[in-house]
Design a protein around this ligand. Structure first.
Ligand code: FMN
Length: 173
């Protein structure tokens, strides 16, 4: 069994990235288990917190990633780059330097947009950055017009091409 931790880079209640994460278990191979990690209690990175009592949410997040075989980052593209939430998650998970929980993990990157850009700029940024921490990007899924590719009444991918890309991406872990 392979265990994956999934993070969304958006706190928006109807976030496409959160909804996509919710759709993944139905697309995953039988030997892949996906746990969604809720980031709402994780504070902004502050190095002062490293030396003293770390926030419980940070301890839990780091432990979840350390124990996992891989990580899924589903992240919006904000102004051509990271959402603050995604960047904050990466910052916590890459400290202490060279000993961060993210070191060496296999990673899947998902970035989608309602517009035509398809999240390609943030996907490229993630692909450039994460190998610096020894990460292997096993798959990257980007897609434009995401609002036309999910069910209106549930967290289900209705577009067969996107569903297949996600299925293949999960099988690559
Ligand atoms: C601050 C901000 C910046 C954005 N910048 C981009 C962008 O650079 N490229 C893009 O395709 N969409 C951009 N968008 C639109 C997002 O792709 C869209 O809001 C998306 O649904 C956000 O992800 P979510 O549904 O998971 O919240 C931006 C949205 C916000 C709020």
């Amino acid at each position: 069994m392979k265990s994956l931790v999934a993070f969304t880079g958006s706190t928006r209640s109807a976030s496409f990235h959160t909804r996509l994460i919710n759709s993944l278990p139905a697309l995953a191979p039988a030997d892949v288990q996906i746990a969604f990690f809720d980031l709402s209690d994780v504070p902004f990175y502050n190095q002062d917190l490293e030396d003293e009592a770390q926030p419980a949410s940070v301890v839990a997040m780091r432990a979840a990633v350390k124990e996992a075989d891989g990580v899924i980052f589903a992240t919006p593209e904000y102004n051509g780059s990271f959402s603050a939430l995604t960047k904050n998650t990466i910052d916590w998970l890459t400290r202490p330097m060279r000993q961060g929980a993210l070191m060496g993990k296999k990673i899947m990157v998902i970035a989608v947009t309602p517009g035509p850009g398809g999240g390609q700029r943030i996907a490229k940024t993630m692909n450039d950055l994460l190998p610096l921490f020894g990460n292997e990007i096993v798959s990257t899924v980007t897609s434009p017009t995401i609002h036309e590719k999910m069910a209106a009444d549930g967290d289900v991918v209705t577009d067969s091409e996107l569903a297949e890309q996600l299925r293949a991406g999960l099988a690559a872990f």
